[in-house]
Design a protein around this ligand. Structure first.
Ligand code: HEC
Length: 152
């Protein structure tokens, strides 16, 4: 019995080491400031830009600020899945390339996601505690997005 446990533990360790060999590409684009795109487009107050960068850019921009454990498998694969689907629907860096209709729809969608507390994802804020939005941050964002929507 003891020997079986030892063999099992060894096999698990081996499997863990083997999956580390799998290295999907990281979401890092050198030379592209995290604030390019959306912030250049609207020039929002610093506070708005900072909150978005801090709470949203890890999944909705071309640069993710990885934590050490996100380089480890299978965490990295899980992280990459979120980044891929997040960027596909909304990439703040690509904002200026979006057609006007899409920008309008996204402004509404962003406001809705923040209001309903769906974003940032709970599975993310569990470990990225400083990305959680407090009441003041939510208010700041909602006010700005509402205003922007009325101007569009
Ligand atoms: C951990 C990754 C992650 C973070 C952080 C994150 N999102 Fe998302 N977001 C996603 C994913 C994945 C989707 C795709 C839809 C889904 O599965 O919910 C998404 C979808 C969205 C959508 C829907 C787009 C559409 O097509 O209408 C909006 C808007 C959005 N996010 C805004 C935000 C905002 C604003 C923040 C910051 C306050 C944020 N997200 C933070 C991963 C993330």
């Amino acid at each position: 019995m003891k020997k079986m446990l030892k063999t099992g533990a060894f096999l698990l360790l081996l499997l863990f080491l083997l999956v580390q060999l799998y290295r999907p590409a990281l979401n890092i684009k050198q030379g592209q400031a995290g604030s390019a795109g959306f912030v250049q487009f609207y020039r929002p107050p610093l506070a708005v830009g900072n909150i978005l960068a801090n709470s949203c850019y890890d999944c909705h921009s071309n640069n993710t600020n990885y934590k050490w454990y996100q380089y480890i498998q299978p965490v990295q694969v899980f992280t990459q899945g979120h980044i891929n689907s997040g960027k596909e629907v909304l990439n703040f860096n690509e904002w200026n390339n979006y057609p006007n209709r899409k920008q309008k729809r996204l402004l509404q969608s962003i406001k809705k996601q923040i209001e309903s507390k769906k974003m940032p994802l709970n599975s993310y804020t569990l470990l990225h505690r400083n990305a959680r939005l407090n009441e003041l941050q939510v208010k700041t964002l909602i006010n700005w997005f509402e205003n922007q929507i009325s101007l569009n």
